[in-house]
Design a protein around this ligand. Structure first.
Ligand code: NAD
Length: 294
């Protein structure tokens, strides 16, 4: 079965639109997101435009703040502080990657965790790890929501995560191994968390043997064709996070054609995790508005 992220994301956008309409009907202002973009990386431009479009669709007000690539770290930091202090902004993101002369960790660490709707600040990550109320980063939140909406349980399951990045591998591993007390708003009732998680990376020995023991495999490596059918147990669930361009075509990290014959559930690329990531940003923005709007 295909886990249709495009369809589920559209459903969630419909739910968000209704929730925001209800807020407006009570005379409240719309939630507001700011997106800071530096330079003119074409992929970043596309991502930002998709995010702006998605905001408009659900009634979230969104502003784009664009800087040229030669901006100093100090000026960007001043923008972050300005957004932190602006009561009309519920959440904001700084689109990554940033130019080489700007330290991403310095910028991300300066974002007020209550407005950190990308969930990438050390404060939010730390809170997530300790099971405190937090904003979960968009891709892991989207993966969790997709599993929940298809009623795929994780309790006691062996989940193998391939990739150990701060934005995908580490946080999704953390979320799925936790006790499910850390419930996200608007989640369905599926029991998520309580999994036994193995994190694999580029130095892992015998990846195939580890994968063959997995009930759920989450691949976020950025390596097309990495997960092949011989690495997958019959009936497993496969979440393909990878986005790669091969011969002008968008592909994931999974040999979809062959793996889909063995797996019980699988996400396509495009149309799987990607749309869920964008909708998670919208959910995070509404969460920040509900929890902290002044
Ligand atoms: P990254 O690019 O920072 O790192 C890749 C990780 O994969 C590393 O931890 C590395 O150790 C591991 N890895 C690479 N090759 C491997 C191999 N052959 N075997 C085992 N492990 C290997 O990770 P990222 O930023 O999480 O991105 C991963 C992929 O996910 C990229 O293709 C990226 O474009 C995509 N992505 C998609 C979304 C989405 O919304 N769909 C969001 C974020 C990232």
């Amino acid at each position: 079965m295909i886990l249709d992220g495009k369809k589920i994301a559209a459903e969630i956008r419909g739910e968000l639109r209704k929730q925001i309409e209800a807020l407006r009907a009570e005379g409240k202002r719309a939630p507001k997101l700011a997106i800071v973009i530096v330079g003119n990386n074409p992929a970043s431009e596309t991502y930002v435009n998709n995010k702006l479009k998605a905001c408009a669709e659900v009634g979230i007000e969104a502003v784009k703040i664009a800087y040229t690539a030669d901006i100093t770290e100090q000026t960007l930091l001043a923008e972050v502080h300005k957004l932190n202090d602006d009561p009309s902004i519920d959440g904001f993101i700084v689109q990554l990657p940033l130019p080489g002369h700007i330290r991403e960790t310095t910028i991300l660490s300066a974002i007020d965790y209550r407005k950190d709707v990308d969930g990438l600040t050390p404060a939010n990550v730390g809170r997530t790890v300790q099971g405190l109320p937090s904003i979960v980063s968009a891709t892991p939140r989207g993966i969790r929501e997709l599993l929940a909406r298809y009623n795929i349980q994780t309790e006691g399951k062996h989940v193998v995560v391939i990739g150990r990045s701060n934005i995908v591998g580490k946080p999704i591993a953390m979320l799925l191994m936790q006790r499910p007390y850390l419930s996200l708003p608007n989640m369905s009732a599926a029991s998520l968390g309580d999994a036994t998680v193995t994190i694999c990376h580029s130095k892992t020995r015998d990846l195939a043997a580890i994968c063959r023991t997995a009930d759920i495999i989450i691949v976020a490596a950025g390596s097309p064709g990495l997960l092949t059918a011989d690495m997958v147990k019959e009936g497993a669930t496969i979440i393909d996070v990878g986005i790669n361009r091969v011969d002008g075509k968008l592909v994931g990290d999974v040999d979809f054609e062959n793996v889909s014959r063995v797996a019980a559930h699988i996400t396509p690329v495009p149309g799987g995790v990607g749309p869920m990531t964008i909708v998670s940003l919208l959910q995070n923005t509404l969460q920040a508005y509900n929890e902290h709007s002044r």
